[in-house]
Design a protein around this ligand. Sequence first.
Ligand code: FES
Length: 163
Amino acid sequence: MKATLALPSDDKRWRMVNATMRRHGYSSSALIEALHTVQQAFGYLDETALQYVAKSLRVPLSRVYGVATFYNHFMMKPGGTHTCVVCLGTACYIKGSPQILETLEKRLAIRKGQTTPDGKLSLMVAHCVGMCWLAPVVMLDDDVQAEATPAQAATKIQEWVSK
Ligand code: FES
């Protein structure tokens, strides 16, 4: 069994999450169950939770994001049908992800962290999703857009919201 990481905060709900992972010996196979416990405890998954679970189970953050956005069951705050995550980590930032975010915010008429009024799409940001060599990275549910441009990301998003 691996050493336990410090909990993200004093919030007792993290103990529940940690207990689930400990029960599974901090094995990577506990990923879905750990995310499930986060969702039960907090009602949704946010970046802090995903990072904590990724580090505790020693699973790449990109995989945790992939699983979290693939299953409809998991809610990425604030819970649109689809989730778009724009990475604003250093590598992505340098390669233009702020421009991508700005374009998407304008196109969707929402700000980061918000969901379109029809509930179809939540626009989220992350601070490194673990795929820096593909920067700038935009994740559309479990689909990774590598070396994304504002125009590409906007086109893809438009396809989704018009479905
Ligand atoms: S900074 Fe974007 S994937 Fe690492």
